[in-house]
Design a protein around this ligand. Structure first.
Ligand code: KG4
Length: 340
């Protein structure tokens, strides 16, 4: 009955992260974020790859050290194969392959989105029972994706609906940019929104069939309205910052929850989880709690540190795959596009 130690490596965007699990329990999770992008108001792919190159060895070393093990103890290496920025992925992919080859241990490739959904299964102790049961519904909302996923098993996920244009996080970030706030806009809007009136302004909500999302209309509506209001009051943004943030957040949360409610109703699955960077949002978290109360949902909200990109979620998928002997190939290329 040997212990299984999985090293996870994540480098799909602008965070270099490594984590170690022992029998599914998290021992360490180390992330180096990249501040270089702040000055550009968005992630610059070329700079991201370079920073990953600087960070990957120290971050992995730290994760192994903090886990209190030696690298020779590792059972397998799980890495993010995609989707993400190609240059960023290549750093983690090639490092994982090289390390697996040198230690002569199996390699496990992990889909980044599957990782976000499976973040709910990260255990912080042996008796941690916070994971949802299968099947559950997961609202996956990040800077790059907005999806409603029916999770039948760790390796059987069905996308019920997804955005046909922008992601929710992208819309928040773009609107915050229009307001002249910093990057990323999500946490800034969240903070301002807490002091504003969510019903102060109305913005266009999309009318699309099914479970799909659209956020580009809202973005345009926000921009055009703002332009008109600024014509009448040049300091409009300064005067109404909190109300603008609160109303924008309210509209986005409303759009997200309307389709999610529909998906829960139609599938009859009342175990509902949220994942991805936007799940850090307090308005969205509150809406989840209200729905739980009103509609009898059992909700699963991850810890803040597991919502944004991290290697613990990659390692946990690795743990599942390890038990199914589902190992990756040394010649598997990284992929940039969204697939499940
Ligand atoms: O999952 P994530 O870290 O990166 C991707 O894989 O895309 O998500 C990043 C997104 C950004 O758009 C950021 O603005 C948003 O998550 N975000 C938030 C909050 N914290 C991060 N959006 C709203 N409220 C927040 N508190």
């Amino acid at each position: 009955n040997r212990n299984v130690y999985i090293l996870g490596i994540e480098s799909s965007c602008d965070d270099t992260s490594a984590a170690v699990l022992r029998n599914g329990v998290l021992l360490s999770n180390v992330t180096a974020s990249q501040d270089v992008h702040k000055a550009y108001g968005g992630v610059v792919p070329e700079l991201a790859s370079r920073a990953h190159q600087q960070n990957v060895v120290p971050v992995v070393d730290q994760a192994i050290k903090r886990a209190g093990i030696k690298k020779e103890t590792l059972s397998a290496i799980a890495y993010t194969r995609g989707p993400g920025l190609m240059g960023s992925l290549l750093v983690g992919v090639n490092f994982a392959k090289g390390l697996a080859r040198s230690l002569n241990i199996p390699l496990i490739d992990v889909n980044h989105l599957q990782g976000h959904v499976m973040a709910h299964f990260i255990k912080e102790s042996d008796d941690d029972a916070s994971a949802p049961p299968f099947p559950f519904i997961c609202l996956l909302v990040s800077g790059g994706n907005s999806q409603i996923v029916k999770v039948n098993a760790y390796d059987d996920m069905q996308v019920l609906g997804q955005t046909i244009d922008d992601a929710a996080g992208e819309a928040i970030d773009k609107c915050s940019k229009v307001m002249g706030l910093g990057y990323p806009g999500g946490p800034i809007i969240d903070k301002l929104a807490r002091q504003g009136n969510p019903l102060a302004f109305q913005f266009a909500e999309p009318h699309i069939a099914g479970f799909d999302y659209s956020f580009s209309g809202l973005k345009t509506s926000f921009l055009y309205n703002l332009r008109d209001w600024i014509k009448e009051d040049t300091d409009f943004i300064e005067h109404h910052k909190n109300d603008l943030a609160a109303s924008l957040e309210h509209t986005i949360v409303d759009i997200l929850m309307n389709k999610l409610r529909k998906a829960v109703k139609e599938t009859g699955i009342k175990h509902v989880a949220v994942a991805g960077g936007v799940s850090a949002n307090n308005g969205l978290r509150n809406a989840f709690r209200e729905h739980a109360e009103k509609f009898g949902w059992t909700i699963y909200i991850p810890k803040f540190s597991y919502t944004t990109d991290n290697a613990a979620m990659i390692a946990i998928v690795g743990q599942f795959k390890y038990h199914d002997n589902d190992f990756g190939r040394m010649d598997a290329p990284a992929f940039s596009k969204v697939t499940f």
